[in-house]
Design a protein around this ligand. Structure first.
Ligand SMILES: Cc1ncc(COP(=O)(O)O)c(C=O)c1O
Length: 381
């Protein structure tokens, strides 16, 4: 075991404190919202502690080191050369998705999403009165694939495409050829890509390809160190927008919502994470790989009628529970009340997620083992 789980009680953690609101009970192991029970890298803790020792926490600018840290991370990790002026600091990736939709499309315009997908993708299209164009992913042999014929048909009536890469909740890490094909189709039909790459750093056997590094006009990249280094509460994300007109439209949408200004702790955390967090990240990926194996092996060994979709990236496992014999409501009830486990229901990722559950494995092996035993006991009792 590489990481223990840290007791998060007393820290107002959503994962714990929102259990009653989400599941109707707090008598369950929380394995849902996408942050981890694992300590952030020591360098991040030290940078925040150092900043906290200065007793004024006022309005803060984004310093040169902030831009340098992002540029260097993108170059080292993904071989992508980013220019400083392309970077627009942001509050969160979800707020950026909303700003980009507002800035780059109009009422009734079509926006493609690939379902099942992270719920704010669907919600943001609806909130802005755009037309949701659902390009359902195809599920075959425990893996998800893109339906390119359908994608191409939808691209003809779309203005935007919200790409989730790597994909949450299916954990697919898109191949270079797949991204190239998507960008080619979008280019042909004048569709702007908003590429949410917040999970880019946590990939296992495969390599993550930054969509904009393959074909960088007409793609907005959204990213953050938040998932990678477990600092999601610090709101330190950013958009990378090479096109000046798109950049200024996006920045205007941010201003309209008053979303300016840096968070002093988020800025320090981002710099420390990107400058010094790489060795920790490699350990984290090892830890998560062991966790994936634990879940897969337990399910296989104990004949649970659940299929584990191949986990290519992210710290989420997407469980195909359709053979358990429940409808969605009964499946959710079973997990909450019988197994006493708080997972995300598949349905919350759109109808395409029906019959599935999303398990957050960003915790200790001890907790995951406990979860598996509960699941087994509840199913076979
Ligand atoms: C694909 C994806 N995008 C965005 C977010 C949230 O980003 P933020 O907290 O920066 O709004 C998540 C969190 O789970 C996510 O999975």
């Amino acid at each position: 075991m590489l990481f223990d789980a840290i007791d998060r009680s007393g820290t107002y953690a959503v994962k714990l404190e929102s259990r009653i609101a989400k599941f109707g009970t707090d008598d369950l192991l929380p394995l849902w919202v996408a942050d981890m029970d694992i300590v952030s890298p020591a360098a991040v803790q030290e940078a925040i502690a150092k900043r906290a020792r200065h007793p004024i926490y006022g309005y803060t600018v984004y310093p040169e080191e902030y831009y340098r840290a992002i540029i260097s991370w993108m170059r080292r990790r993904f071989g992508w050369e980013v220019r400083k002026e392309w970077i627009v600091p942001a509050h969160g990736v979800v707020s950026s998705i909303n700003c980009a939709i507002e800035a780059l499309s109009g009422e009734g315009d079509g926006v493609i999403v690939q379902t099942p997908v992270y719920p704010p993708f669907i919600a943001s299209v609806k909130h802005h009165g755009r037309k949701l164009l659902e390009n359902r992913l195809l599920y075959r042999d425990e893996c998800y694939h893109i339906d390119f014929d359908d994608f191409e048909a939808k691209a003809k009536e779309a203005k935007l495409f919200l790409l989730c890469s790597p994909h949450n909740p299916t954990s697919r890490v898109w191949d270079k050829e797949e991204i190239e094909r998507l960008t080619r189709v979008c280019k042909e039909h004048g569709v702007t890509i908003i590429s949410d790459e917040i999970h880019a750093d946590i990939v296992y056997a495969k390599k993550h390809h930054v969509a904009a590094s393959l074909q960088n006009d007409n793609i907005i990249t959204l990213n953050a160190p938040s998932k990678t280094f477990n600092i999601a509460g610090l709101n330190s994300s950013y958009a990378i927008i090479p096109d000046p007109a798109q950049r200024s439209a996006y920045a205007k949408a941010q201003q309209k919502c008053g979303l300016g200004g840096g968070n002093p702790f988020g800025i320090e955390a981002l710099i420390a994470a990107y400058d010094k967090g790489e060795p920790w990240l490699e350990l984290l990926k090892k830890h998560l790989s062991h966790n994936i194996d634990l879940v897969k092996n337990f399910i296989a060994k104990n004949d649970l009628p659940i299929k584990t979709v191949d986990t290519e990236g992210t710290f989420m496992m997407w469980l195909d529970c359709r053979a358990m014999g429940y409808n969605d409501v009964a499946l959710e009830r079973f997990f909450i009340h019988n197994a006493k486990l708080g997972l995300n229901s598949g349905r919350s990722f759109g109808e395409a997620g029906s019959g599935f559950m999303r398990l957050n494995i960003g915790t200790s092996q001890e907790i995951l083992q406990k979860a598996m035993v509960r699941l087994h006991f509840a199913f076979f009792q």
